[in-house]
Design a protein around this ligand. Structure first.
Ligand SMILES: Cc1ncc(COP(=O)(O)O)c(C=O)c1O
Length: 450
């Protein structure tokens, strides 16, 4: 008799964001996953947008983790290990200029939280500003830095850490401050106005993603990054960049910051960096660190700066370098972007296609004028794609932005097949939206009470 894992899961696993059609997987390799029935799926999401950036179950990562587990899995927090030192040194060599000291922990949100605490400690100020549409994690503190109300609305009173707030972003497709060729200026001014008006000189840091992945791939004009950077420098506010999704080759450069010449004071990473092993990091400037800080308990975690995460990270950095994954992200990203842009010529339901690199968002709208999200059709499309062997995810406030971020090591044949199934999925969404429009336009049957 075979074990009924679905029913055991319902009985024993406490889920979040579970869906009726959620699958139970058995194994993975590269860009492929197999469920318990042995059915194969192609993964356009690299796990949850990154851990499988080098591919699922990469043998070099598996080997490095196994080796470190057998040699030295953990150290007491008062002591150190060689892989941690090596990994931090390697990260320093590839992070934007001047960022040389790294803190390692077990996840992205946790790394954001550590970075924020660090910024508060070193500046002696308590306020932190982030953007509308931002997503930085789901701990009680990082939720208060989220600019996606739905992520917080379930908390009684949508309560947040009192010194955290959001200002309008420069989202190019749905600009919160209104349409206009230079509306990024208004968004930069929003930061200046906040620093001048809303705070009393208490702002420690400004925190942003280069591309807001969870918000539905919101991208800002290049000038915006420059403007924000200038304001932060002028006012002595630390610039923290969250590259948990965009980081490490994904966008066609080591960091998405590199594409826009953004020079953060603190850079946060996670997801892809562990090749499937849980990891989060932040890297900062040595000159920001007060003499006594490293011997204080400003932050303390059982799993901070531990050797297995570092071993996984070192293996991932090797793969990124050897397989030239930033270049691969550029090449495959250009191919996929062009593919979706061609589809946008045929299907009106595609409102926008956004990169950069192999970090692509396809925004589905009911109407290109109003940009109203095609939410219902996209919900069905997720199931459609799954039935056709494709793991996808639709994000954004309207859950209407198809994210396309497969492993950077995806073989050519799998990549083509992913794009083919995506094409069918786009056609499906168009049909659904058309069907809904016809239904809405149809006269009500006679005799229906108003
Ligand atoms: C931009 C960004 N920041 C922070 C996080 C939180 O990372 P984690 O889920 O590893 O805590 C995520 C996760 O999706 C993210 O995309």
């Amino acid at each position: 008799m075979t074990t009924d894992y679905r029913s055991l899961s319902n009985d024993y696993v406490l889920h979040a964001v579970k869906k009726e059609k959620s699958l139970i997987f058995d194994r993975g390799e590269g860009s492929r996953l197999w469920d318990l029935d042995g059915k194969m799926y192609l993964d356009t999401m690299s796990g949850s947008a990154g851990p499988a950036m080098v591919g699922h179950a990469h043998p070099a990562v598996a080997e490095a983790v196994a080796r470190q587990m057998a040699k030295l899995p953990s150290t007491n927090i008062l002591h150190e290990s060689v892989p941690v030192i090596e990994f931090c040194r390697r990260l320093a060599a590839i992070t934007p200029h001047g960022l040389t000291k790294t803190f390692i922990c077990t996840g992205g949100g946790e790394a954001v939280e550590a970075a924020i605490k660090f910024a508060i400690r070193v500046t002696g100020r308590v306020e932190v500003i982030s953007l509308t549409g931002a997503y930085h994690g789901m701990s009680l503190a990082t939720m208060g830095l989220t600019g996606m109300p739905a992520m917080r609305s379930w908390l009684p009173g949508a309560i947040r850490w009192p010194a955290f707030r959001q200002i309008p972003s420069a989202d190019s497709y749905r600009p919160p401050l209104g349409e206009g060729p230079e509306n990024w200026r208004a968004a930069v001014h929003a930061l200046e106005a906040d620093l001048d008006g809303a705070s009393s000189g208490q702002v420690a840091a400004f925190l942003m993603e280069i591309v807001q992945g969870p918000n539905g791939h919101s991208l800002f004009p290049a000038e915006y990054y420059r403007g924000i950077q200038r304001v932060c420098r002028e006012r002595g506010v630390l610039l923290i960049v969250d590259e948990i999704q965009t980081g490490l080759a994904r966008c066609g450069a080591t960091w998405a910051s590199d594409l826009f010449d953004v020079r953060p004071d603190i850079l946060v990473a996670g997801k892809a960096l562990g090749g499937g092993f849980p990891i989060g990091t932040f890297t900062t400037r040595k000159d920001l660190i007060p003499d006594t800080l490293e011997s204080e308990a400003w932050h303390m975690l059982t799993f901070m700066n531990q050797p297995v995460a570092a071993a996984a990270g070192l293996a991932v950095l090797d793969i990124v370098e050897k397989e030239n994954l930033a270049e691969r992200a550029r090449v495959l990203g250009a191919e996929a972007t062009e593919w979706f842009r061609q589809l946008a010529r045929r299907y009106e339901v595609i409102g926008d296609v956004r990169g950069p690199g192999l970090f692509i968002g396809v925004d589905f709208v009911e109407d290109r004028e109003t940009k109203g999200p095609a939410t219902t059709a996209c919900r069905k499309a997720w199931e459609y794609a799954l039935d056709h062997g494709l793991i996808t995810q639709f994000g954004g406030i309207g859950a209407n932005v198809l994210k396309f971020k497969p492993p950077l090591t995806t073989p050519e044949a799998d990549f083509k097949q992913m794009l083919e199934i995506c094409s069918d999925t786009v056609a499906f969404i168009q049909q659904e939206v058309d069907r809904q429009k016809v239904k809405r336009a149809a006269p009500e049957p006679a005799g229906v009470a108003r």
